[in-house]
Design a protein around this ligand. Structure first.
Ligand SMILES: [Zn+2]
Length: 361
């Protein structure tokens, strides 16, 4: 979140425990952020915010493409897209660029929204962050929404709801669905990611996830980290102090094991959420090819995923080109991409991808 607006840090004297929290459940997901809930209700009937955001992003891109001389450059494209939504984009003045830690800042002015970006940052970050800030303007920017976000604990599901939706819309603005499909030309593979990323001016990470979210069939992509479960980590941290009391407590806990576990997951529009999603912490079997990614290159195999579906498909894994701070030094963070292969498709998914409520993931 990089919105600066008056009243954003208003505590209103309300205790966190006393905030009225309404939760909506739509298409298998929960939403509590008041600004998201307002968006869902804007038209009178309840609308899936994921579908809504993707539709708004797509229609902006469609209008922008009607401009004569629609450019190939990602930043030039975003400036046109932003102008259609009454947003001005400009580089930060040098003194602000030196002191501002964020890649871009969105703020309201009397004549509309303005995004200032830090021209010293890598261009793929600038592009995605500007797109993310544009999507922030799709939401009502209310005091109760701002208060809600100031009261949620950082890293919680609730505090991330809005940010994830802005990422979803940003990916649509930077890598439009139909154009991504045309460029991929039927070859959805980690081997194509570098050329696709450079075509769209997007990061490798965003492009890996787009392989799934713009896939015409059943596909899943995500990031895996070699680690304990969060619960195991907590237990291990307590071990030293607890060891004296273990006998009194009873049975010793299960031995912890590091495995490749799901960090993030992204589904194609045609993938049913309940069958295809991989729960956070869920581990990949030690026989999976994801454990061989550290040998280098794109590893390929035929496997099912650790989700509710038993479908087999083609899986690819590659070591992330940059490693997170908490990555294991020996088994680094891994991107995976999985698609259900033709042999296993037993009904026709064509046309499903445009269904409202199953929009993107
Ligand atoms: Zn944000």
């Amino acid at each position: 979140m990089a919105v600066r607006a008056p009243g954003h840090t208003d505590g209103g004297g309300t205790e966190p425990s006393k905030i009225d929290m309404e939760t909506l459940r739509i298409a298998g997901r929960r939403y509590s952020d008041p600004d998201i809930i307002s968006l869902c209700r804007q038209s009178g009937e309840l609308i899936d915010p994921r579908w809504k955001i993707v539709s708004m992003a797509r229609s902006l891109v469609e209008r922008a493409r009607d401009f004569p001389g629609w450019p190939n450059d990602a930043l030039a494209r975003l400036k046109i897209i932003a102008s259609l939504n009454g947003i001005k984009i400009a580089p930060m003045p040098a003194d602000l660029a030196r002191s501002e830690s964020r890649d871009a800042v969105l703020y309201p002015t009397e004549s509309g929204w303005r995004v200032l970006y830090n021209p010293d940052r890598p261009s793929v970050r600038i592009v995605f962050t500007i797109a993310h800030e544009i999507v922030h303007t799709f939401f009502p920017n209310s005091r109760s929404g701002a208060r809600f976000r100031s009261l949620t604990s950082p890293g919680s599901r609730e505090s991330n709801e809005l940010e994830l939706l802005c990422h979803l819309g940003a990916s649509e603005l930077v890598m439009p669905f139909d154009e991504f499909q045309r460029q991929a030309n039927g070859r959805f593979s980690l081997a194509s990611v570098a050329s696709l990323a450079s075509y769209f001016g997007a990061s490798l990470e965003a492009t890996v996830y787009r392989l799934a979210t713009a896939h015409p069939g059943i596909a899943v992509a995500g990031l895996l980290r070699y680690r304990y479960t969060k619960e195991e980590e907590r237990r291990l941290a307590q071990t030293t102090t607890m060891s004296l009391f273990t006998e009194a407590i009873g049975a010793p806990p299960q031995p912890a094991e590091r495995k490749y576990r799901r960090q993030s997951v992204h589904l194609s529009p045609a993938s049913p959420e309940n069958e295809c999603t991989i729960r956070f912490n869920k581990s990949f079997d030690p026989s999976s090819i994801v454990y061989t990614a550290r040998k280098g290159g794109v590893r390929t195999g035929s496997e099912s995923l650790p989700n509710a579906s038993s479908a087999k498909g083609r899986i690819e894994a590659i070591l992330c080109p940059y490693q997170g701070q908490d990555a294991d030094p020996e088994f680094g963070d891994v991107f995976f991409f999985w698609e259900r292969t033709a042999d296993h498709v037993d009904f026709d998914f064509s046309g499903v991808s445009e269904t409202p409520g199953r929009s993107d993931s």
